[in-house]
Design a protein around this ligand. Structure first.
Ligand SMILES: Nc1ncnc2c1ncn2[C@@H]1O[C@H](COP(=O)(O)OP(=O)(O)OP(=O)(O)O)[C@@H](O)[C@H]1O
Ligand SMILES: Nc1nc2c(ncn2[C@@H]2O[C@H](COP(=O)(O)O)[C@@H](O)[C@H]2O)c(=O)[nH]1
Length: 223
């Protein structure tokens, strides 16, 4: 079992090792299950902060402004683009979506881990500016039939919207190739376990461990 860095014992031994923040991105064709996986990851990891996007899409039943999205109109979205308040933005399925810059920069400066539910266009833009901090995961559905079934059983979009999203699914899926990790979401528990494993391995990347060389030097000196 890995001991989280905040739980490293005080007392004798070298100084504690710190952790550099990271940006964990989940992308998929619509309905594959990334929102479901993201919610479970947030419950399991107090170190994770969800990036709440802005969108011009109208809220679905039950969606809460400021929690699921910041719902804004097109003029407000344009202003955020012009004022460079968005870290990335894209038109997806006829609506505009973007990641507010300030909360991400604040969270990263505190060494936190940030979870993004964004499409491949947004991921490309993040990769251009922050590749070292980025961990990208593409979520595939078990089959096209199951993808369509999930969109219908979610029961939040019209038949026309679902048809539109299914029509774009093949193109969306072609972008799996740009991602570091790919999982097939057969079972939610198993997928969450896989994403958790990726997160834990990424935390241990040498470049993400702050003070590692001091830790080793102190060990070598007998601490
Ligand atoms: N492994 C799974 N098995 C069965 N149903 C699932 C699984 N994962 C997610 N679902 C269900 O599929 C539906 C779509 O999931 P979700 O909303 O998480 O997809 P999404 O990828 O975030 O979609 P979008 O891109 O449109 O936001 C939901 O009803 C969810 O409960
Ligand atoms: N590039 C971005 N894509 C985003 C962002 N927020 C969400 N999304 C993606 O849009 C589609 C549709 O989402 P839905 O909530 O309308 O079903 C999905 O692929 C999301 O990942 C964002 O800020 N930037």
């Amino acid at each position: 079992m890995t001991i989280p860095m905040d739980l490293q014992p005080a007392g004798p031994g070298p100084a504690k090792i710190g952790r550099r923040g990271l940006m964990l991105v989940l992308s998929s064709p619509s309905g594959a299950g990334k929102t479901t996986i993201a919610r479970r990851m947030l419950q399991r990891n107090s170190s994770l902060t969800m990036s709440v996007s802005v969108t011009t899409r109208p809220p679905r039943p039950g969606e809460v402004d400021g929690v699921d999205y910041h719902f804004i109109d097109h003029a407000a979205f344009e202003r955020m683009v012009v004022d460079k308040q968005l870290l990335e933005h894209a038109r997806v399925f006829g609506n505009y979506y973007g990641t507010p810059r300030a909360p991400v920069e604040l969270a990263l400066s505190k060494g936190r881990e940030i979870l993004f539910d964004i499409d491949w266009q947004g991921t490309q833009q993040l990769a251009e500016n922050a590749r070292d901090d980025l961990v990208s995961i593409f979520v595939l559905p078990p089959s096209s039939k199951e993808l369509e079934r999930r969109l219908h059983t979610r029961a939040q979009d019209s038949v026309e919207v679902i048809a539109g999203r299914m029509a774009k699914a093949a193109d969306e899926m072609s972008h799996y190739f740009d991602y570091e990790y790919v999982i097939v979401n057969y079972d939610v528990e198993n997928s969450v376990h896989q994403v958790q494993s990726i997160l834990e391995a990424e935390r241990l990347k040498r470049r993400r461990q702050i003070g590692l060389s001091d830790f080793v030097r102190q060990l070598q000196e007998g601490a």
